[in-house]
Design a protein around this ligand. Sequence first.
Ligand SMILES: Cc1cc2nc3c(=O)[nH]c(=O)nc-3n(C[C@H](O)[C@H](O)[C@H](O)COP(=O)(O)OP(=O)(O)OC[C@H]3O[C@@H](n4cnc5c(N)ncnc54)[C@H](O)[C@@H]3O)c2cc1C
Length: 490
Amino acid sequence: MASTGLSSSLRPQVVVVGGGMAGVAAVQRLVQKGLTRVKILEARNRAGGRIWTQYLGSDTLEFGANWIHGTIGNPIYELAKQHGLLREEGRPEDLDRANVRELENEKFLMPGGKVIDEDVVDSCLQDYNEVIEECEAVFKEGRPSNPGDSAGDFLSREFRKQLASSNDIDAVKCTKMALLQHYLKMETCITGCHDMREESLEYFGQYRELEGDHYNNPSGYNAILDLILKTIPPDCIAYNKKVQCIRWREGKKRSESAHTVEVECEDGEVFSADHVIVTVPLGFLKKNCRTLFQPPLPEEKLASIERMGFGVVNKIFLTFEQPFWDTACEALHLVWDQDHSNSKAPEEWYKKMYVFYIDSKAPNTLLGWISGKEAEYMETLSEEEISNTFVSVLKKFMGREDIPKPVRTMITRWGSDALTCGSYSFIRVGEKGDDINTVAEPLYRDNTEVPLVQFAGEATHSEFFSTVHGAYLTGQREADRLVNLYASKQ
Ligand SMILES: Cc1cc2nc3c(=O)[nH]c(=O)nc-3n(C[C@H](O)[C@H](O)[C@H](O)COP(=O)(O)OP(=O)(O)OC[C@H]3O[C@@H](n4cnc5c(N)ncnc54)[C@H](O)[C@@H]3O)c2cc1C
């Protein structure tokens, strides 16, 4: 065993609830720093949480995280690069808004098989990117806005203004308005909300985009997770351990050295700990925060949890015998006519699906993204119904009747997944600037600076929320809080 440098009374028992990226990063750091009495309690039978790669035959499908967002200062990129995961056939996948317009291999289709002219797409994206920058500047430059203002209203208003003052002919203006609705749908998938009118204007720019390309790791995201898991002793993780109650402040007095927090699992087993790091998703917290903690969380924290945004984004995987599309093409964008762009009725849910990506990790598969209420509605449908629906949609947009039936249709169901209750967090209209920090603040032992319950996970990172690197950094943050605490006690 590695020397801890700590006397046994200074070797705390740490329980980590949840074995996603935040949980495993926390434990890796604790173990590396000599705090080896750690246990992850993970409700599923696998680690990774919202990192979930499915290896099916020669196909690699990402049910959760897809991209490593940015390279400069991204610890996940560094890790993957160090271990050569990005080298082979690794090719930057450009999702960056500023770079989307440089992509040559994406087609923007309209119903009837019309392909939108590249120049129109390019100039429209340029306009859109300008209004996105303006939107971000509200936070970055502290420009005035009201708490009720939404990014969606701002983007639509400013884009329309630009369009009105342009020299475009009416037909082009019409196409650009349809493209605007399309980009707004894309934006909901990036941010994780149902409608950009839910997204706060005031804090839209708080998310910090890291510089550099967006990588689609050819080995699958799980390969990155495995690099971390390999550094953790296997007996530090217990699977199928759903935590149902964290008792963090008993009425009775306990001696200093006794464990002070009890973590009870659904199967009745109870773990005692000096410190608990909770990494469950915000969606799970929203649903269960009033019963998960005993005594209940402070009102201020509960209010922040309630105010924060956590939305549903799902994926659709349609696998065909062989591609019927131009194999040089990397994305088929489905641009509905303006009046069809935002579906109102549940039966028009599929109009929210704005793109099919084609990924070299599964070259016969079209990968669709869908957000919000429509994504939730899709979860209630059978794969057969979803498959039939998208075959009709493809016929409409490709202007062809000979679209074959997929040989395999799979979708994600993050909304009804009881352990996430959604996909990722966003800053909602009405949210307060410090809500993320309020949720991230530990619960301390009375009148001390000793944290009893700590919070990590993507939603607790004030700049990198909704990402894997954000989750990773919060795990390390909470581990370091303990490492520093015990270092100061020595
Ligand atoms: C569809 C989709 C696409 C995404 N795309 C990207 C992307 O391209 N790039 C990117 O950087 N990020 C992406 N993300 C976000 C990224 O996956 C997450 O931000 C990150 O993985 C979250 O890690 P986490 O540790 O905070 O939470 P999680 O991974 O959710 O881990 C929390 C863990 O807690 C467990 N748990 C929950 N309740 C309990 C309980 N009561 N007891 C015990 N265990 C419990 C869960 O099972 C889970 O394993 C995507 C997410 C989704 C859903």
